[in-house]
Design a protein around this ligand. Structure first.
Ligand code: SF4
Ligand code: SF4
Ligand code: FES
Length: 264
C-alpha cells in the first residue's frame, strides 16, 4: 500500500480528543525525509502531543498531521489491523501503528519507515511494489489447468483443509516480517516469510496441481527457502501471529526432498 490517507476526515483522526487527557505528554520522534526533494535531508523531528485515553499511534500521527505537520506522510486505510498499510518501525521494531496503544510505551516514541521497501516519504513505503515483485517471482496463484465454467457448481473442500488454508490467508502483507528479517535486508530478491507463507498456502490447495519439483524451481535456492536462517524474527513481529515457523520448516523439508530427487 502507498496511500498517504490524506483524505481521512478529521473526526476519524481526532478519535479520542473529547475524552480528556491522561496527563502524559508524548514526544514522537518521527523520521522525516522526502526522496523526491533534492533539498530534503533525512532527520528525526520531535513532536510533543498530549496523550488521550485509548490513543493509538494511528490517532497520534493524525493529530500531529492535523495540528503541527500537514505534510507528514504515513499510510493507513482500515485502522483495524486488516489492510496492512500502517507498518512502521516503532522504537526499532516492526509493527502496525493502528494496533499500537501509546499507553503501552514510554512517552518518548521513535517512528521510522520499514526498511527494505522503497521509501515514498517520511513513514510511507511502497510495500505494494515489493509484494507484486515477490508474487510474480513465486507465482502465488492457482495456475489455470481447465477452462472456467461459470455455470458449474462450486467444488467442495474438506472444512478442515479450508481452515488450514484460511489460517495462512490471514496474512495482510504488512511487510513487518520482511523488515524484521536479516536475509531480506541483505538480499533484495529473498522471498521472505510473507512469500514462503504464500507458497505453503498454495501447496495446500487441492486446485493447485503443481508438484514439489515445480515448487523447487521457484523456491529451492537462496532467494527462497534455503536463504532462510530460521531465527524466526519474522514470527516474533507478525501482527497476525501467523504460524510462520511451522510453514518454513514444512517447506524446508519438502524442498530438501524435492532437491534430492531432482539431483538424483
Ligand atoms: S506474514 Fe505476518 S508480518 Fe508478514 S506480511 Fe503477513 S501479516 Fe505481515
Ligand atoms: S526465519 Fe527466515 S524468513 Fe523468518 S526472519 Fe529469519 S531468515 Fe527471515
Ligand atoms: S491502518 Fe490498516 S492495518 Fe493499520
Amino acid at each position: 500500500m502507498s496511500e498517504d490517507g490524506a483524505g481521512v476526515p478529521s473526526a476519524v483522526a481526532a478519535g479520542s480528543q473529547d475524552q480528556g487527557g491522561t496527563g502524559r505528554t508524548l514526544y514522537l520522534e518521527i523520521f522525516r525525509y522526502n526522496p523526491a526533494d533534492p533539498d530534503s535531508e533525512p532527520q528525526f523531528r520531535t513532536y510533543p502531543l498530549e496523550e488521550t485515553p485509548g490513543m493509538t499511534l494511528f490517532i497520534a500521527l493524525n493529530l500531529i498531521r492535523e495540528e503541527q505537520e500537514p505534510g507528514l506522510q504515513f499510510d493507513f486505510v482500515c485502522r483495524a489491523g486488516i489492510c496492512g498499510s500502517c507498518g512502521m518501525l516503532i522504537n526499532g521494531r516492526p509493527g502496525l501503528a493502528c494496533r499500537t496503544l501509546t499507553a503501552s510505551m514510554e512517552p518518548r516514541i521513535r517512528l521510522a519507515p520499514l526498511p527494505v521497501f522503497e521509501l515514498i516519504g517520511d513513514l510511507s513505503v511502497n510495500t505494494g511494489k515489493w509484494m507484486r515483485g515477490m508474487s510474480e517471482r513465486l507465482q502465488t496463484w492457482v495456475p489455470a489447468t481447465v477452462d472456467a465454467d461459470i455455470d458449474s457448481i462450486e467444488a467442495p473442500m474438506e472444512p478442515e483443509l479450508a481452515e488450514q488454508i484460511y489460517e495462512l490467508e490471514r496474512c495482510i502483507e504488512c511487510g513487518c516480517c520482511i523488515a524484521g528479517c536479516g536475509t531480506a535486508i541483505m538480499h533484495e530478491r529473498f522471498a521472505g516469510a510473507v512469500g514462503l507463507n504464500k507458497v505453503a498456502r498454495f501447496r495446500l490447495d487441492p486446485r493447485d496441481t503443481r508438484s514439489d519439483g515445480n515448487y523447487y524451481e521457484l523456491i529451492g535456492d537462496d532467494d527462497g527457502i534455503f536463504g532462510c536462517m530460521s531465527l524466526m524474527g519474522c514470527q516474533d513481529v507478525c501482527p497476525k501471529s501467523l504460524p510462520l515457523q511451522t510453514q518454513l520448516a514444512y517447506l524446508r523439508r519438502k524442498m530438501l526432498r524435492a532437491g534430492l530427487i531432482a539431483t538424483g
